[in-house]
Structure formats: structure tokens, C-alpha cells
Design a protein around this ligand. Structure first.
Ligand code: AMP
Ligand code: MG
Length: 342
């Protein structure tokens, strides 16, 4: 991660706003967050209002030291698995769910008996949490349903006039939201894939399950372990369609549909072979780069103003590819065309 020269005055101004119950956009290494004092229910309620977020979708609590969990009495007990994961991946893009105490306001946990906690790696995020001297509840700083913001400009585009301030800490390095794992019951289970991969988690914990909702649409009436996973999400205004098949079949299909308003969300290697507008995620197989660029690409497609249909390959589910898969399949409303069967 690059070193940022922190402007102490700006950090202090933002911390004062937070201490007084305000809402501030902050950079993190995953995506930009919309932060409020996690121990102040009225402040947290303003986040839901600014985003238009359903009240049953809980927020992640951000801390700046592992010891903050005990200092602010956030959880009933820290499981051994949480200590091992913190040692391996904190600070970083991993959120752990544990049983909460009453110190966590109901607005944060949306009525659940658990709380999601993360220690972000971004130096500005850490500085602001320390200066505010309180944990910060922060979901992604986008309007609910839109692609998450990975720059301060994205936050301004969605939130201008709705929040008190945004701190500019440069483009987010990871580009997709944190991995969410629940340690609250039974075998640890990934509820949302992110920068810390399932493979990495298994190296530390051994058995790790992946929740059904990561890859599949919830069945009608099924209860979401992670309420955020049940909503259409991460979607640009244009219609996203995922294509499953070989590289050649993808290029042929898109070129056969080269009409006005069509765009390909593709890889660098495809650019010369496509006869439609293109937005590239990066080199083929470079899933880290795809994750970093995904939301910016989706926002660029909307900013173009003329694009109605976006064709993308169905991403790989390996490594960080799983995080890209999980976001794109939701952006597509689970619509996948299998090119082998048409
Ligand atoms: P966001 O902050 O926008 O990245 O969204 C946070 C994600 O974490 C959402 O998908 C929430 O549903 C999920 N989440 C937060 N707290 C909990 C919790 N206590 N139990 C399950 N999922 C949670
Ligand atoms: Mg979000």
C-alpha cells in the first residue's frame, strides 16, 4: 500500500464531525465507507438515510486495534478462530462476525444478536478511527443498490449534499468489499467473498464453509445469513448479462450482437477482437486487477449515458475471482447465458 501524507487538520475535522454524530465518507483499502460513531444509534441511523439502505441490513464496525474489541466491549467472547484470523489477516480486508453485547446499538446489528467487525489496513481509515476514539460503523458509501465507490469522486457523485464530508485517500487498492466470515456458530462460514480468499482462510482455520448465497440466488422465502446478499446489488443502470463459454464463443456472441447501446466488459486481450464499445477489467486471469477495477468499470459504463446492455464473461470462482463473480452475478440479477447450449 502506498504511503499517504496525512493532513492532521483534515483528520481532526472529520473526527470532530463524527464525535458530534455526523456522517463522513472515508477511504479504506476495500472500498470507500460511509462512517458514523458505531456506539451512537442516532448517528448510525443517518447512514441508512443517506444511502437509502434497508434497515434490516446490518453494518460493519471498524476498529483500529485488535484490543478495541475488548476496550469497547463489542463482543461477548472472542473465539480462538478470530484470534488466529486477526493474526494472519488484520489489518486487512476481512470482517469477522461474532456474538455481540448490548454496547452495540440495534441500528448497527439490524436486530441480529451478532456484530461484524473489521480492522482496516488503510492508514487514513486507521487515523480517523483513532482520532474519533470510537469504533466506526461504515457500509460502502454508495447509494443502496449502486456499484460501491472506490474513489472520493464516486462518493461525491452519490452522496453530495447528503453527508457532512468525504476524506480523499486515493483509489481503493482491493476494490471490492471485505470478505465476511461468521464465527458466531458452528463451522466458520464465508458469507461474502473478498480480498482474503476462501483458500487463504482454509490455510489458517482448516474447515471453512461457503454460504450458498455467495454463488446462488436465494430461494424464495429463504432467510439470508448475510442480509445484504438478498438484495439486487452492485448494479449499474445498464442491463448486465453474463456469458458462460470459451473466449472464442464470448467474442463471437458479442460481435454478433454489435448494436447501438451494447458494451463489452472484457479483458485487455479482447480489445482488438471486439466490434462494440469496450471497458476492460485488466489482463486475462489477473483477478486482483479485475477486482480493483470492477466498480469503476461499472460506473464508467453508466457515465457513458448511452449503454443499455453490458456483456461480460462469467468470472472464474478461483481466488479473488470468487469476489468478482459474486458481485457480477448480482449486478446481472443472476442472468447467465450458457453459450454451449445455444
Ligand atoms: P457493506 O458495509 O455495504 O459492505 O455491507 C456489509 C455486509 O455485511 C452486508 O452484506 C451485511 O449484510 C453484512 N453484515 C454486517 N453485519 C452482519 C451480521 N451481524 N451478520 C451477518 N451479516 C452481516
Ligand atoms: Mg455495500
Amino acid at each position: 500500500m502506498k504511503t499517504l501524507v496525512l493532513d492532521e487538520q483534515q483528520i481532526q475535522t472529520a473526527a470532530d464531525i463524527l464525535k458530534n454524530g455526523g456522517v463522513v465518507g472515508i477511504p479504506t483499502e476495500t472500498v470507500y465507507g460511509l462512517a458514523a460513531d458505531a456506539l451512537n444509534g442516532a448517528a448510525v441511523a443517518k447512514i441508512f438515510q443517506a444511502k437509502g439502505r434497508p434497515m434490516d441490513n446490518p453494518l460493519i464496525v471498524h476498529i483500529a486495534d485488535f484490543a478495541d474489541i475488548g476496550r469497547f466491549r463489542l463482543v461477548r467472547e472472542v473465539p480462538e478462530s478470530a484470534k488466529a484470523l486477526a493474526k494472519a489477516f488484520w489489518p486487512g480486508p476481512l470482517t469477522m462476525i461474532m456474538k455481540r453485547t448490548d454496547a452495540v446499538p440495534p441500528e448497527v446489528s439490524a436486530g441480529l444478536d451478532t456484530v461484524a467487525i473489521r480492522f482496516p489496513a488503510h492508514p487514513v481509515a486507521q487515523a480517523i478511527i483513532r482520532a474519533a476514539d470510537t469504533p466506526l460503523a461504515a457500509p460502502s458509501a454508495n447509494l443502496s443498490g449502486s456499484p460501491s465507490p472506490t474513489t472520493a469522486r464516486h462518493v461525491l457523485n452519490d452522496m453530495n449534499g447528503k453527508i457532512d464530508a468525504v476524506l480523499d485517500g486515493g483509489a481503493s487498492e482491493v476494490g471490492v468489499e471485505s470478505t465476511v466470515i461468521t464465527l458466531a456458530e458452528g463451522v466458520p462460514r464465508v458469507l461474502r467473498p473478498g480480498g482474503v480468499t476462501v483458500e487463504m482462510l482454509r490455510e489458517v482455520l482448516g474447515a471453512v464453509e461457503v454460504d450458498d448465497a455467495v454463488l446462488h440466488q436465494l430461494r424464495e422465502g429463504a432467510k439470508a445469513a448475510s442480509p445484504g446478499m438478498k438484495y439486487k446489488h452492485y448494479a449499474p443502470r445498464a442491463n448486465v448479462v453474463l456469458l458462460k463459454g470459451s473466449d472464442e464463443a464470448y467474442l463471437n456472441y458479442v460481435n454478433a450482437h454489435a448494436e447501438e447501446g451494447v458494451c463489452a466488459l472484457c479483458c485487455d486481450e479482447d480489445l482488438l477482437s471486439l466490434s462494440v464499445k469496450t471497458v476492460s477489467l485488466g489482463r486475462r486471469g489477473d483477478y486482483l486487477t479485475h477486482a480493483r477495477h470492477l466498480f469503476d468499470c461499472l460506473r464508467k459504463i453508466d457515465e457513458n449515458g448511452t449503454i443499455q446492455t453490458v456483456y461480460s464473461r462469467l468470472p472464474s470462482t478461483e481466488g479473488v475471482g470468487l469476489a468478482v463473480y459474486n458481485r457480477l452475478i448480482r449486478a446481472a440479477g443472476f442472468e447467465v447465458i450458457d453459450l454451449e447450449t445455444i
